[in-house]
Design a protein around this ligand. Structure first.
Ligand code: ZN
Length: 346
């Protein structure tokens, strides 16, 4: 223990009381405050966790895992244990349409003390976002929330040393017993990844604007989006997996499109025939198509449908004029027309 009148341990040559004493006092106070907050946080989280693992939540626990994890690989997924626990306790919505933390709060209202209640309430409102570290001071780091475009700070001096000014991080903050702090591991990301994620989030929000009052509400209810990014960022194998899945999905979409193009007769009719005949023509084709095997070019069939429709309506049209319109030979049109007419007469 350094005495007030001893030389300061920082080697300034001054007496301790004239040099670092006040700073050290302040730091030790902050440390006590941070440790006090930490202690209560751990204690209430342990109670909440024990509650969440009760038998009645077994299906919910399995379902939460299913929703949270991208790949089915125990070793990879073990890297995200702490994130999963936060998700499961704070964000996952159970069959009863609430989070586990809310159920816990409701069931234990009378047993919880004020500090515990406040911790639970504060976490309830927490969300994951992207922060830029603007400034690091002795007792706090000033952060800018890049999605909500607002400034905040963290004052947990145990993590300040791990942050760098200018750094961009994915994090989740809450006020735990008077201390603003990160409640999950903080993940540092590059400027490029930051831009991709922010654009993505804003895009999803735009599409769901009607559902959420504000971006903040959107973030509170959609932490899972960030948890998916976090998994990809922590393990590159997950990024690869998603990329492959995406390619599969795209080729599935292409297959669907291809099969739709095979039904292009409707499209050709719609594009070529006058509006007045459209409905009748499409009905004729629909009937024929549903009851007969269709072989040969789509243009041939479409031309025959138009010819048949107009002929039935008493219009004076030639096969060759319509064949020309659909870029087929008059004999093709003639053949298809016979088949359609035959069926139609029966
Ligand atoms: Zn000193």
């Amino acid at each position: 223990m350094v005495g007030r009148n001893d030389l300061c341990p920082c080697n300034s040559g001054k007496k301790y009381k004239k040099c670092c004493l006040n700073k050290d006092k302040k730091n030790s106070m902050l440390k006590q405050k941070a440790d006090f907050s930490q202690k209560h946080d751990i204690s209430v989280t342990q109670k909440l966790y024990a509650y969440s693992r009760k038998d009645k939540f077994y299906d919910e626990y399995m379902n939460a895992q299913h929703k949270f994890y991208i790949v089915d690989d125990k070793e990879i997924n073990s890297k995200f244990n702490s994130f999963f626990n936060t998700y499961y306790l704070q964000d996952y919505i159970t069959n009863e349409n609430k989070t586990i933390a809310i159920s816990f709060f409701e069931e234990n209202k009378n047993k919880l003390n004020v500090i515990e209640k406040n911790i639970l309430k504060s976490k309830l409102k927490s969300y994951i976002t992207i922060y830029k570290i603007l400034n690091i001071e002795e007792d706090k780091a000033v952060l800018k929330d890049l999605i909500l475009d607002k400034e905040t700070y963290v004052e947990d001096i145990n993590v300040l040393k791990d942050l760098k000014v200018g750094e961009v991080v994915i994090g989740r903050t809450a006020n735990i017993v008077e201390v603003n702090k990160f409640i999950d591991t903080v993940l540092s990301i590059s400027e490029k990844i930051k831009d991709v994620i922010i654009a993505d989030i804003k895009n999803i929000y735009e599409k769901n604007k009607d559902v959420y009052k504000s971006m903040e509400t959107f973030l509170i209810y959609n932490t899972n989006i960030f948890y998916k990014y976090i998994q990809q960022l922590i393990d590159p194998k997950i990024g690869e997996y998603l990329k492959e899945k995406n390619i599969e999905k795209q080729s599935d979409t292409k297959k669907i499109n291809d099969s739709q193009e095979e039904c292009g007769v409707e499209k050709l009719i719609t594009e070529n025939i006058e509006d007045a005949y459209k409905e009748v023509a499409l009905t004729i084709w629909e009937e024929y198509k549903n009851n007969n095997e269709v072989k040969g070019t789509e243009n041939g069939w479409a031309s025959a449908v138009e010819y048949h429709t107009k002929k039935e309506d008493g219009i004076n049209v030639t096969q060759s004029a319509i064949a020309k319109k659909y870029k087929v030979s008059p004999s093709t049109l003639g053949k298809r027309y016979k088949e359609i007419k035959l069926i139609h007469q029966i």
